[in-house]
Each structure stands twice: as C-alpha cells, then as structure tokens.
Write a protein that binds this ligand. Structure first.
Ligand code: BG6
Length: 481
C-alpha cells in the first residue's frame, strides 16, 4: 500500500458564487457576492446594495460554469478526479431566503450537475453555504444576527438534503465558518451588513453582532447535521474551517502566549464547538474582555451536543507570525482573512500570502491530536499570474512546486498517524477571487480565458499542472515529479 489510502479522494474545489455566473438566470435571487464590485490587491472590493450602472461585478458572469458544466466536469474526469467540491447557491433554491417553496429550476440545475459528476465517476462534495447568503436575508434579519435566519437556513438545507441525498454523500455545513471571528466575516459569511455601502475594509468592527451571528450558525450547523444523521445515516457531515498557524515570532514567553491565544480564538474556537459540541471555557474571558454577551435559547446547548460533525475539513494556504511587540518587530503581511507579521524564513505569493508547506504538516498533526476525526484538506493552492504562450500552452511550474510540496507534507502527516481522507486544491478551474474579485489571481489546472475588464471568450485550456495532477492522481500520490 502507498502513502495515501486506496480510497483517497483526490479532486478540486470551487464555490457557486465564484464560478457559476448566471446570477439572475432561471429565478436566481441576489446574493451578497452579487453586490460586490471588483477589486485588486491594493483596492478593496465595495459593497453596493444598489447595483450601479457601468460598474463591473465579476461574480455576475464568473466563468459561466452554469452553461459550461458538462465541458468542465469532463475535464475533471479526464484528470481522474474522485471528488469535486462545489457549493449550492442558496439563492437558486430560495431566491430571497424567505420563500416557503423552493425554485424548481434551481433544483433541476444541480440534479444535472450531480448526474454529470456521477457519470464521470466523480463523487460530489457539497458545501451547503459558501459565502453566498441571499441578500434578502441581509435586509430582513441582518443576516445571521437574526435568529430567524436559522429557520430559513433549515428550510433550504433540509430541502437540498432531501433532494440530493442519494447523489451526494459528503456535505459541509458552512465554508470557513471561523471568518466570523474577524471583521471581514461580516460580509463574507455572516451577512451582518444591513445598510452598509462602501469598501469592505471600512466595515464597522461589531464583535457582539458577529459572535451572536456565529452562535446562530453553530446552532444551524448542528441542526442540519442532526437532521442528516436521523434521516440519512449513510451521509457524512463535515465542518469547514480556515486553519492558519500563528507562529510566535520569537521564543519570548509573551510571544508564545500570544500565539496560543490567537490560535485558540481563530483556529480552535469554532471547531471546538462543531467537533466537541460545546463552547470552550477559554472563550469566557474573550467574551468578557470584548463586551460580548451571547443570547442563547433553552435547548441550544443540547442541539450543539447532538449535532457534532463526522469529519473535519479545512482550507490551508499560508501561515503568519505574531509578536507581542508589534511596534518594534517585523513588517506586516496579508493572508487569507488573517494577516500577521513577516516570517523571515518564508517566501510569499504575489498577493503576500506566505508559503509554508511544513505548516500544513504541523496543522494536520495538531488537528488530529485534538479531535481524532478523519480529515480532508478541501482548499489549498497558489493564486498566481499565468502567462499564455503563443501556442496556447501555460507553463505553471510555480503552481506545481507549491502543490507538490504541500502533498509531500500531507504524506509526512499520514506517516505520523493522521487519518487523511482526501485533498481538493482550490480553484481547480480558474475562477473569481473571493478577496479581490480578480480573475488575474488564478489557481486552476484549467485556464479560463476571462479577464478583469470582463472580456474573454471563456474558452478552457489545460495548463502544465493539469497533466501533472492527472499523474499524481493516477499514482495515488506516489509520483510527484
Ligand atoms: C477561501 C475561500 O478563503 O480561500 C474561497 O473559501 C477563496 O472562497 C479562497 O476563493 C482563496 O481566496 P482568494 O481570495 O484568493 O480567492
């Protein structure tokens, strides 16, 4: 037997709002990403509750997977994907989130997509909510701040489980749920942006609102896990978290303690609730010091206990350092939702995310030791500028190097005893960046001719990494050359 399990789930990952396009087709309603303008690494995306004439909204067309799904899934099949991570756009099924009956045209679309995957021998892995809350719920309840949103979510989530349980075995509840611990989570995952218009970086800091919203997401996540366990015991229900190491910049005890504190709040808090079924005691101090008073209803604690997940999944892109002396030490660097201080031993991507394969090895070991649940790395990858050569080829050796090094470290973690189920690199086909709205920040094995001014033929082509990943899958991760 090789390093990875025989049934290892190799594949790729996407999110509906970043690649489907067809934002107003077949009854789809407006979601938060539909009101986000484009941006760049230096210019933040803006939230425009009223769509502006003449402004470019990159998620509206995405890469038009809606009309290219057969071609795209065939390419995934050609690479040998065992699984394909995608999400369902809530607004295709319940356009404002408030309807009592689903939109059949939206449901029919995902039937076709799942059938197409299965025909190619690919198991769908579905995120129920991936940064695409109906804007109607922002207006009605300030997103997840309102307890009513739990009922709306359950109407949607039970509907898709009932419809697709015989086509989809693996489900994730909320994408990167721990973004809600940071200010940016208000727009990406919590939808607590009612009345706000302007640059996302200018969102107000509202910890009380965010952590109340997170509590409602925890309850909703546990309720749908419990529902699945009761109705469809064959299904596997997972969490989804950003895992980002916060290394102490020095061995100064203050740095060590700060690293522990940041790791607890960002990396452990949400999954302690989702995997263990209760709030960790370290949060009491954080809540007290930040003036957060959570409203819980009788029965919430029981729901959390009864709805713990079956497997643990996470995204991993980068690591950061933290220092107790920020004025004296180190340049600031950015990252996926969380930034930090520059690590002198690491290089960074063109978007400033520090590349750290060994951090993935460390993370896998830490997570395994804490929860002892099967794990999947459901996002990982290098956002980079790609150059199309005159003959149409794309030589993305930098992406191959990044992925190879991370797979090597996954293998090391497996040697250490971690139970790793699968690996789905992010943006297996080029799609719109969540943070900047750019197409230029490409992750794919498959290039899509679409650009930041909205031009492009949408033609798909294979990068060098396409052939490389095909070989990796064919050899179950043995041949990474
Ligand atoms: C994760 C998200 O944060 O990272 C994805 O789940 C996102 O939606 C991915 O696209 C990469 O981030 P970005 O900002 O480079 O698109």
């Amino acid at each position: 037997m090789g390093m990875f399990r025989d049934d290892f789930l190799w594949g790729g990952a996407t999110a509906a709002n970043q690649f489907e396009g067809a934002w107003d087709v077949d009854g789809k309603g407006l979601s938060i990403p539909d009101v986000l303008t484009g941006g760049t690494v230096d210019t933040p995306r803006r939230i425009t509750p009223q769509l502006e004439e003449g402004t470019f909204y990159p998620n509206h067309e995405g890469i038009d997977f809606y009309h290219h799904y057969e071609e795209d899934i065939a390419l995934f099949g050609e690479m040998g994907f065992k699984t394909f991570r995608m999400s369902i756009a809530w607004t295709r099924i319940f356009p404002t989130g408030l309807e009592t009956e689903p939109n059949e045209a939206g449901l029919a679309f995902y039937d076709k997509v799942f059938d197409c995957c299965l025909e190619h021998g690919i198991k769908p892995l579905v995120t129920i909510s991936h940064f695409e809350m109906p804007y109607g719920l922002v207006e009605a309840y300030n997103g997840w701040e309102g307890r009513e949103t739990i009922d709306c979510f359950m109407r949607y989530a039970t509907c898709v489980l009932d419809r697709y349980h015989d086509k989809v075995e693996y489900w994730l509840t909320f994408n990167e749920i721990n973004t809600g611990t940071r200010k940016m989570g208000a727009s990406s995952s919590l939808g607590t942006i009612r009345g706000f218009s302007g640059a996302r970086t200018d969102l107000p800091e509202q910890p009380q609102v965010r952590f109340q919203g997170l509590h409602h997401q925890f309850v909703a996540s546990a309720m749908i896990v419990k529902y699945a366990h009761e109705h469809y015991p064959e299904l596997k229900m997972g969490n989804m978290e950003i895992f980002s190491p916060f290394y102490p910049l020095t061995c100064k005890p203050e740095d060590i303690l700060l690293s522990q504190r940041e790791t607890r709040i960002f990396d452990w808090f949400c999954t302690d609730v989702q995997c263990r079924g209760y709030y960790p005691t370290y949060m009491n101090r954080y809540f007290a010091e930040n003036g957060i008073v959570l409203k819980m209803e009788p029965g919430d604690e029981e729901i959390l206990r009864e709805g713990t997940v079956d497997f643990y999944t996470f995204s991993y892109y980068m690591s950061n350092c933290v220092t107790a002396d920020p004025d004296e030490n180190g340049a600031k660097v950015s990252g996926n939702i969380v930034g930090g201080v520059k690590n002198p031993y690491l290089k960074a991507s063109d978007w400033g995310w520090q590349i750290d394969p060994k951090g993935l090895h460390w993370a896998l070991n830490e997570i395994w030791d804490r929860y002892q649940l099967p794990m999947m790395v459901v996002e990982n990858g290098l956002g980079a500028y790609d150059k199309v050569e005159e003959d149409g080829s794309i030589h993305d050796s930098y992406r191959i190097d990044y992925l190879r090094q991370h797979i090597e470290e996954m293998a090391e973690a497996v040697k250490d005893g971690v139970d790793l189920m699968g690996y789905t690199p992010w943006g297996c086909i080029d799609l719109v960046s969540a943070s900047t709205g750019e197409m230029a920040k490409r992750y794919g094995f498959i290039y899509v001719d679409k650009h930041d001014d909205g031009t492009g033929t949408l033609a798909r082509s294979r990068k060098d990494s396409f052939y490389w990943f095909k070989k990796v899958i064919a050899t179950n991760g043995e041949d990474l050359a």
